[in-house]
Each structure stands twice: as C-alpha cells, then as structure tokens.
Design a protein around this ligand. Structure first.
Ligand SMILES: [Ca+2]
Length: 527
C-alpha cells in the first residue's frame, strides 16, 4: 500500500509537470480547445476512465511512451487491442464483437458493413449523437457536413468517420526544367498539353542527345492516372455522375468519355503515353528514374521528406517537377480528382463502455489539434522540429518513432488539415487550391450513402471489366473508336439499366434526406 501511494505521488508529479510543460511550449494555433485546463483538475480528482479500443496499422508497440502520455493527458487507462494486417483485422474485430467479454469499448473498423448493421440491430452500438452535440467541438468542427450526413441515420449516429481524405489528393505535375530547356510555357489546354508532350518525347528535353524520354506516365490501370485527358471532358469513368437533365448516369457511358478516348488514342498512337500505363508497372520506380515529363500524382509527394522525391533528386539534381492547374478541355471545362466525402474506416462506441458520454468526450479530445499532434508526431522540440521554412523534421530516428508508439493511433481520427504539420506550408496551400480545382467534378460526383445496392452488387464488377477491356482496347488502337457506342449498348443490356435505375432511386431519396439533415446540422451540430 505504501509503495502504491508513493507511486501515485510520483505519477501526480509527473502529470502536473508534463501538463505545465505542454502549456508552456509554443504550439501551433490550438484556439478553440480550452479543455486542457479543465483536464488538469480532472487528472487529480477523478479515477482514470478505462477504455479498450481496437488499433489498426501503426507501429503496434505495446505499453508505449505514447500510450502512457495519452493516458496522462486524458486521464484514461487505455487498453489498445492490436489488430493484425489486411483482412485478418476484420476477422479479429468480428470475433471480439461476438463475445460480451471481449467487446471493446470503442471498435475501430473497416470493411464490415454487413456486420456493423448486425451489431446495431443487436443493440451493441451506442448512438453517439446526443454526446456529440454536447462534447463534439473538435469532431464537428473538423468534418464537413457532407461527411457527417453519410453517417447520420434518422436522428442517430452509430459510427464516427475515423479517416476521410482531403477533398482532393492529386495534381497534374510537369517537368519544369524540361519546359525551360525547350523554351515552352506551362500548358493550360489539352491542345497545348499534347504539344508539350510531343516536345518531351521527340525534342530531347533533357538535352543528352539521346532519344530516351517518356511523355506522360503514371500508375498503371487506374483511370485517375489519365485525369488531364479525361476530366477535361467533364467525365469520370469509375463513378456515377449527375448529368445536366438532373439524372444520374454512370460516368463511363457519357458522350464526353468517347471524346476523351479519341484524344487518348491519338496520344498513344503518337507515342506520347507510357505504354506500361495500360498494362502493369512499378510507378514509384518510374518516378525515381525520372525520365517522363508529366503525370497525375499525389500532392503529398511534394513534401521534401517524401522518399521517392529524395531518390528522384539524387538521380536528377537539376530535375524539377511542378504542380500545374488542371488541363482545360475543348469547352473550357477542367477539374482535378474529387476524393468524395466518405470515410474508409470508422469508430463506434459499444455498450461495453460504462460511461459512453465520457468516451465520446475523450474521442473528441483526441481529435483536438494538440492531442492529434502528440499522437501523430510526439513532442515538438523533443521528437520533431518545424524549421524556419515551416518544414517538419524528425529529431529522432524513424525506428525510435515506432518504439515510442508515435503514430499508433493515426487511423483513429486523422486530421488532414493545417494541423497535419508533416505537410509544408506549400503543400497545405496546394491541398487547399486543389480542393477548389476539384470542385467542378465534385459537384457532379454522386456518392451513395446506402452501401447495400443490390443491382450494383450483381452487375457492377462485370460492367467494369467490360469498360476496361473496351477503353484500353480503344486507347491502344486494338478497337476502333466506335467500339465505345457498342460498349454503351452492351452496358445497358448487361444490367446497366437496372444499375442506373437503382442509382437514381437512391440519389433522389438522398437529396431529400440531405436537406433534412442540413436543417438539423445548421441548428444543432454546426461549430
Ligand atoms: Ca534525351
């Protein structure tokens, strides 16, 4: 007992001194969260709240420094249940949820839509909406209403989005040094883009006297890799789009798609497109080799710490890729890739939680800028530094980051805003700019709230196979352009009609529901 008391005293001293320390530190703007002062008194008065939760990916370090820091900051006794990788995680989550003795207080999950519905129906999941209204400053302040709507069910909320992408994550990039060598301007239209690619392939842009450069490259077999050619026609072949007459159609059957395929076939014929884009490739390796002129790529790769960037610079010290605005098509339309508003993983509070209100309060605190940065990067000055240019730099070895458990909870409410300080100010500005330039397609993009869509489940995969065979065939020149018209006919014969009818039904229902939600959002949830 004496020993225990002594330990308690030591702990309280550590806690108090650490909180003092973090308050004294110069932190980035954390306005809006005044909770840290409140938590000081909680720490000394209240018993830590026990919270068990499932953890996916990250370093999976047991009893890590981070776990202990979070426990002190939040006055919580965490039990982190480490999930295995890949789909094995789903099996384990299912198993944990099937027994009241193993059910975690917070279940982080993904890919278990059907099971989630069963948990809700069996009364295992807590409706967090009332608690969110009371304690959800950070969660409600961070997520867009379009995202929250997707997880709002008739006045209840059984899951919180745990990771949602930035509104747009990609950009067209181009070799600035090659443009300069050739005396060319940054292209803005599709015609100019084609001319620049011709020069990149045939006019020795790297000035080594060899015919050794590629025009346009990218990640193989992904339609977004062709963004400058396709999005400039206002279409997206792997999504449902709202058309001008107010109906929803699959993006692959729209007339603009045929026009895009014509241009892609022309570009392929002229040798402007890396042929591996149509088959299979290791694009990271291609990027490092650095012999291509343009592609559609992740915005985050402009962070100086990006490993492929460092390797590219080692191969081409004078090489420079710059992001450019989306290429304009013949009608002047242009757009970047909209990420959509949906999460890919969620956290639900279960009935195993003794004090679900308190659990929601803790979740909200974990999403505050201050605690998010502690979870994701550790302590500033000790584990990382932000230099005078706003560039994030680790002060410890990457191995040590893992040992400390930093990043352990990254998939549990990941902030993708300015508090994601691993992004340089330039990269944050680019994310913000691309959120704007992706709007033209974002406004057409139809995202379904309903995950169970029987017609799509039945026909979707075959329709996508037909699309890929036809479209890649047309680009390569194995099929004539008119094969597109036959594709559209076949699409509707092979279940596309039922798929589009279903899509329109869901969309119509959603529009009404969204209006209702926005009334409630504006009245009760908006922060
Ligand atoms: Ca050359």
């Amino acid at each position: 007992m004496k020993k225990f008391l002594a330990l308690m005293v030591v702990l309280i001293i550590i806690v108090t001194s650490l909180i003092g320390c973090s308050q004294g530190q110069e932190e980035p703007d954390t306005s809006g969260d005044t909770w840290s002062e409140e938590s000081t008194s909680e720490t000394t008065d209240e018993k830590p709240l026990k919270i068990s939760m499932t953890i996916f990916r990250g370093p999976k370090t047991e009893n890590s420094w981070l776990e202990k820091e979070l426990e002190k900051e939040l006055n919580v006794d965490f039990e982190f249940i480490m999930l295995p990788g890949g789909t094995e995680a789903q099996t384990k989550i299912n198993l944990l949820m099937s027994d009241p003795n193993t059910m975690p207080d917070i279940v982080w999950w993904e890919g278990l839509e059907k099971e989630f519905r069963q948990w809700v129906n069996a009364g295992l999941i807590v409706d967090v909406l009332p608690y969110l209204k009371k304690h959800g400053e950070n969660i409600l302040g961070y997520y867009r209403p379009e995202t929250l709507y997707l997880y709002y069910e008739d006045g209840k909320m059984y899951r919180l989005p745990a990771d949602v992408a930035e509104p747009c994550c990609m950009t067209t990039i181009i070799r600035k040094d090659w443009l300069d060598n050739l005396g060319l301007e940054v292209p803005t239209t599709l015609d100019e883009f084609m001319q620049v690619l011709r020069a990149f392939v045939y006019d020795d842009p790297d000035q080594n006297g060899k015919d050794d450069t590629i025009g346009f490259s990218g990640q193989a077999r992904e339609w977004r890799s062709f963004a400058p050619f396709i999005y400039s026609f206002g279409v997206k072949p792997d999504a449902f789009l709202l058309t001008e007459d107010g109906t929803v159609k699959h993006g692959s059957v729209l007339p603009g798609m045929k026009e895009a395929l014509k241009v892609l076939n022309q570009a392929y014929k002229e040798g402007l497109i890396d042929p591996t884009l149509l088959t299979t490739n290791d694009f990271n390796q291609i990027f490092i080799e650095g012999n291509f002129g343009a592609c559609y790529r992740w915005i985050a790769s402009f962070n100086p710490g990006s490993t492929s960037w460092v390797s590219f610079k080692a191969n081409h010290p004078d090489g420079e890729y710059i992001p450019i605005e989306p290429i304009k098509g013949p009608t002047g339309f242009s757009s970047d890739e909209p990420s959509g508003n949906a999460a890919w993983c969620w956290a639900s509070v279960t009935t195993a939680a003794e004090d679900p209100e308190k659990v929601v309060e803790i979740i909200d605190k974990m999403m505050s800028p201050e605690i998010y940065q502690l979870r994701a990067y550790g302590r500033r000055g000790e584990h990382y530094e932000i230099d005078e240019n706003g560039v994030f730099r680790l002060l410890i070895e990457p191995e040590e980051v893992n040992n400390l458990g930093i990043g352990l909870t990254n998939l549990f409410f990941y902030r993708k805003d300015e508090h994601n300080i691993q992004n340089t100010p330039e990269v944050i500005a680019l994310f913000n700019r691309r959120a704007e330039t992706a709007k033209p397609l974002a406004e057409k993009l139809v995202e379904f709230k309903e995950q169970v869509r029987p017609m799509w489940a039945e026909y979707g995969a075959d329709l996508e196979t037909l699309r890929d065979e036809t479209f890649y065939g047309i680009i390569k020149g194995d099929l004539p352009i008119d094969a597109f018209d036959k594709y559209v006919e076949k699409f509707y014969e092979m279940g596309g009609k039922a798929v589009e009818e279903e899509a329109n039904e869901f969309y119509k229902k959603q529009v009404e529901e969204y209006e209702e939600f926005m009334e409630i959002y504006t009245r009760e949830l908006k922060r």
